[in-house]
Design a protein around this ligand. Structure first.
Ligand code: 13P
Length: 251
């Protein structure tokens, strides 16, 4: 059985001082953890957190990546630049970027391509809004979002990570039930299965108000291979409890 992957998404939080304390506390509690752990940090802090580059028990991730290689794209950060800082993962298509920055399915697919070209694993986020769920459109929406990424990256699709993050569960304290999440994860798994013989290798993470209390029951589902953790990744004890739950569900 593959190890679970627990990735923290700090979003636009942190400071040099707070990052130092948080990373020290997480690293100190990681000994013996039976899962893959990572934190996706704001780009300016990548240089501060070089202790997490290659081979660290806690790996380094970014929250976004440009679809472009280099040039006149003010404010963008390329995959090549992230690679120089030892970045192992890059979130692409987070719902906050789709919603506030107008990112389309096609752009998200190009961002995944750029990451893969530099040996960075894209964590591709998909998920429906509350209105879409209530209109019974969940499957259609997540399949459309993933299909765009498969279309552009089909040849190496087993190299991506997928994160199912229902928009209505993000930062709201409302979590999908394990059954609701598993149902969508199974849909995504079968979509990957149709695209690659190696679909079992792909980590499909759940994200959206995952915390120390609900992690174990979510991670026990057959197609939930880990979590993408927002708020709870900013508190070392909570993040470590989720990591411990991931190891336990591997046993
Ligand atoms: P919360 O865990 O704060 O709900 O955020 C989830 C998320 O968006 C992770 O990318």
């Amino acid at each position: 059985m593959k190890k679970k992957l627990i990735a923290g998404n700090w979003k636009m939080n942190g400071s040099i001082e707070a990052n130092d304390a948080l990373v020290r506390a997480v690293m100190a509690g990681l000994a013996g953890a039976d899962c893959i752990a990572a934190v996706c940090v704001p780009a300016p802090y990548l240089s501060q957190l070089q202790v997490l580059r290659h081979g660290s028990a806690l790996e380094l991730g970014a929250q976004d990546v440009s679809a472009h290689e280099q040039g006149a794209y003010t404010g963008e950060v390329s995959a090549g630049m992230l690679k120089e800082f030892g970045v192992r993962y890059a979130i692409v298509g987070h719902s906050e970027r789709r919603q506030y920055h107008g990112e389309t399915d096609a752009l998200v697919a190009e961002k995944a391509r750029a990451a893969l070209a530099h040996g960075i694993t894209p964590i591709v986020c998909v998920g429906e809004t509350l209105a879409e769920r209530e209109a019974d459109r969940t499957e259609e929406v997540v399949k459309r979002q993933l299909a765009a990424v498969i279309h552009v990256n089909g040849h190496c699709i087993s190299e991506i990570v997928v994160a199912y993050e229902p928009v209505w569960a993000i930062g709201t304290g409302k979590t999908a039930t394990p059954e609701q999440a598993q149902q969508v994860h199974a849909v995504l798994r079968s979509q990957l299965h149709a695209a690659t013989p190696h679909s079992e290798r792909v980590h499909i993470l759940y994200g959206g108000s995952m915390n120390a209390g609900n992690a174990a029951s979510l991670l026990a589902q057959p197609d939930i291979d880990g979590g993408l953790i927002g708020g709870a990744s900013l508190k070392a004890p909570d993040f470590l409890q989720i990591i411990a739950a991931a190891g336990f569900s591997n046993a």
